[in-house]
Design a protein around this ligand. Structure first.
Ligand code: HEC
Length: 176
């Protein structure tokens, strides 16, 4: 059973769309041509250095915008692609305030947002998904503060496998 991977920090760069635009031409769609024998896959320090080198070489104007969290997200995405495990990243959110909740995903077709007894769904389109502020505002009115802070996001894979990818915005610290 692959380990689901989630990234919760708001990011400057959408990690999956960036990979698709700047890395997939050489490493294949969603990294399918990554060389599994490469030693960097088992050496985190070498991997971080290689990703930084690749971003600086091939990232074009986005490379200048990369923050430390964007590098961490890129590394997390790399591990998910090599392991063929689902990846979900929140790229923007305003929790605990109401606002658009945006993210990117790989190996996930649909996201389910669970807040107390309520459920909302969003499809992944071109690696991106959004729960709009108006959807969230309607949900916010019907749930308690505690339910709101314990919102959960669940990724649903191609086989209807429900992968719990990211939990509890209340305890959200910006880390993985
Ligand atoms: C123009 C082709 C090209 C592009 C674009 C490219 N790479 Fe690479 N990448 C390579 C080659 C060739 C290697 C193997 C030689 C080396 O390590 O420098 C490599 C190696 C790697 C490795 C080590 C694992 C392995 O399979 O060898 C990682 C990780 C990696 N690239 C990540 C990225 C990321 C992330 C991006 C997008 C920012 C990217 N690459 C864009 C050509 C490319």
């Amino acid at each position: 059973m692959p380990t689901p991977t989630a990234w919760a920090a708001p990011l400057a760069i959408g990690p999956v769309t960036f990979f698709d635009a700047r890395c997939a031409n050489c490493h294949g769609a969603l990294g399918k041509d990554y060389d599994p024998a490469s030693p960097v896959h088992n050496d985190q320090a070498a991997l971080v250095a290689k990703i930084r080198e690749m971003v600086l070489a091939h990232g074009r104007e986005d490379a200048a915008k990369f923050q430390p969290d964007d590098y961490k997200a890129q590394r997390t995405l790399h591990d998910a692609l090599v392991e063929r495990s689902p990846f979900v990243a929140i790229t923007a959110h305003t929790w605990p305030n109401v606002g658009d909740l945006r993210g990117e995903a790989a190996g996930v077709q649909e996201l389910e947002l669970i807040i107390g007894p309520l459920r909302a769904r969003a499809f992944v389109d071109d690696f991106q998904f959004v729960f709009t502020a108006s959807t969230l505002a309607a949900m916010r009115q019907q749930v308690s503060d505690e339910e709101w802070l314990n919102a959960e996001l669940v990724g649903i894979g191609p086989t209807q496998l429900r992968t719990r990818v990211l939990l509890r915005f209340g305890a959200f610290t910006g880390a993985r």
